[in-house]
Design a protein around this ligand. Structure first.
Ligand code: AP5
Ligand code: MG
Length: 193
């Protein structure tokens, strides 16, 4: 099993590039943001709890997210590999993920960090807010999400760097340019079907 963390700030292109990667390499995509938005839409107990945090641009508590990921991994142990998008978001989540995978005799192979300057992130997300409209794509909440990322999520990159698993990818340019860089980084781990 090949397990990849697609890492980066809000708007760095994690979702966009995950969509391309799953088709190219035949991997499974797990986005905690998508899973949480689905829970909110279905008005489950978990969704109602998560909504108050998401609306404020704050991270949902670790215990909620880790529980959700645990069952998702268990359901997909036969996958060729998993792309984790938007998870882990804290060092606590990273430790929990490593422990969960270790129990199944798997591990994270690589973390790819999509680097994008802050003004570009804000531009992309404001544009998405206008076009499609995710309710957290307003200037005030975008700024809060970036602050949460800087304070709580960035340390996750160091956690994997120390373990020799972190690679930075230039996250600007066209979607295809960036995908080319990611493909190169992934190709050393996995063969295309
Ligand atoms: P989440 O859904 O993970 O959102 P995010 O991290 O804020 O990131 P986005 O999904 O907005 O950006 P992305 O990097 O996927 O970029 P995308 O490809 O969409 O989390 C939402 C909330 O859920 C959090 O705030 C938190 O409350 C909660 N949450 C989720 N996971 C959690 C966790 N593990 N722990 C705790 N809480 C959690 O691209 C963005 C836009 O840019 C798109 O419009 C796209 O078309 C465009 N774009 C992409 N690439 C390019 C390019 N190369 N050039 C120009 N435009 C581009
Ligand atoms: Mg996303």
């Amino acid at each position: 099993m090949f397990n990849l963390i697609l890492f980066g700030p809000p708007g760095s292109g994690k979702g966009t590039q995950s969509d391309k990667l799953i088709h190219h390499f035949g991997l499974l995509h797990i986005s905690t943001g998508d899973l949480l938005r689905d829970e909110v839409k279905r008005e489950t107990a978990l969704g109602l709890e998560a909504k108050s945090f998401m609306d404020q641009g704050q991270l949902v508590p670790d215990a909620v997210v880790i529980g959700m990921i645990d069952s998702k991994i268990n359901d997909n142990l036969e996958a060729k590999g998993i792309i984790f998008d938007g998870f882990p978001r804290t060092v606590e989540q990273a430790k929990a993920l490593d422990a969960l995978l270790e129990l199944k005799e798997h591990s994270i192979d690589s973390l790819l960090w999509l680097e994008v300057p802050e003004d570009e992130l804000i531009k992309r997300l404001l544009q998405r807010g206008l076009e499609a409209g995710r309710s957290d794509d307003t200037r005030e909440i975008i700024e809060k999400r970036i602050k949460e990322y800087t304070e709580k999520t960035k340390p996750v990159a160091d956690y994997y760097k120390i373990r020799g698993k972190m690679t930075k990818i230039k996250g600007t340019g066209t979607v295809e340019d960036i995908f080319g860089r990611i493909k190169k980084a992934v190709a050393s781990f996995i063969e295309v079907e």
